[in-house]
Design a protein around this ligand. Structure first.
Ligand SMILES: NC(=O)c1ccc[n+]([C@@H]2O[C@H](COP(=O)([O-])OP(=O)(O)OC[C@H]3O[C@@H](n4cnc5c(N)ncnc54)[C@H](OP(=O)(O)O)[C@@H]3O)[C@@H](O)[C@H]2O)c1
Length: 248
């Protein structure tokens, strides 16, 4: 059993999909959760209400992480709520747009790296003063970092960068007692993966997975909660595949 009573957590992209599930799992384990969102304020508010109705503590914080100072602003807001101690950072917010090499624009390329790589890095930097010994950082990577899916080169490159950051940050922060890990989901049924909701998409996904169903946000959210908790206290610098045995 994971027990996060008395712990504070920030989940980026907590308004929808995998982040929402992670925020709920952390709250159910007893953590006070800051639910970060970009545009989906209503979804974030409804999650906060759900956590509070279950007896938990939660607040929402809206910040656009594509902005150069987005991570800095989010860290500042978070500190005004949790004060001098954050135990868990889940850097999960992300974007993915499929495009051929020819179709990819500089704007799209920069947006992917801004949200998926720059924001997680600077969030860690800006929150370091309040991440103490025993804290856990969890990034959301993807199996596409290590496999080829057509038209996802730029997105995949951002997730490759996450795998690299996990190793370097874990080494740099281990001496302070801070662990850094990532989950690498396969295809998960969220707004990001529309094709998981089509017949053709589902047939393709089941064809590459050992487990014969479509992955759901809770399949990943609970692993994120585990990696953020003391139950995984001897794991750091790892990217854990959460993909139903994907053969991609
Ligand atoms: N779904 C999959 O198959 C899959 C597989 C592997 C990895 N992943 C990764 O899992 C993570 C979560 O994805 P998901 O599937 O849950 O996607 P999702 O349902 O589309 O949710 C994306 C989340 O990121 C937030 N976000 C996006 N751009 C933002 C910005 N500029 N500023 C602030 N927040 C922003 C969104 O916030 P708002 O809606 O509030 O704007 C939302 O909460 C991502 O890092 C993704 O790359 C997903």
């Amino acid at each position: 059993m994971i027990n996060l009573t008395g712990k504070t957590a920030l989940v980026t992209g907590g308004s929808r999909g995998i982040g929402r599930s992670a925020a709920l799992a952390l709250a159910k384990a007893g953590a006070q959760v800051l639910v970060h969102y970009g545009r989906a304020e209503a979804e974030a508010a409804s999650l906060v209400a759900e956590i509070e109705a279950g007896g938990g503590r939660a607040d929402k914080i809206g910040v656009d992480l594509q902005q150069p100072q987005g991570a800095h602003t989010l860290a500042e807001h978070a500190r005004t709520i949790v004060g001098e101690r954050l135990d868990i950072l889940v850097a999960n917010a992300g974007i993915a747009t499929a495009a051929t090499i020819e179709e990819t624009t500089v704007t799209d390329f920069d947006a992917h790296f801004a949200v998926n790589v720059r924001a997680p890095f600077f969030l860690v930097q800006q929150l370091l003063p309040i991440l103490g010994s025993g804290s856990g950082i969890v990034f959301t990577g993807s199996v596409v970092a290590n496999t080829v899916v057509p038209n996802l080169a730029v997105y995949a490159a951002t997730k490759g960068a996450i795998d690299t950051l996990v190793k370097h940050l874990a080494a740099a922060l281990g001496g302070r007692g801070i662990r850094v890990n990532a989950v690498a989901p396969g295809v998960i049924n969220t707004d990001m993966s529309h094709f998981a909701r089509t017949e053709e998409g589902q047939a393709y996904i089941l064809g590459i997975q050992a487990l014969q169903r479509i992955g759901q946000p809770d399949d990943v959210g609970e692993v994120i909660a585990f990696l953020a908790s003391d139950a995984s206290r001897w794991i750091t610098g790892e990217t854990v595949r959460v993909d139903g045995g994907s053969k991609l």
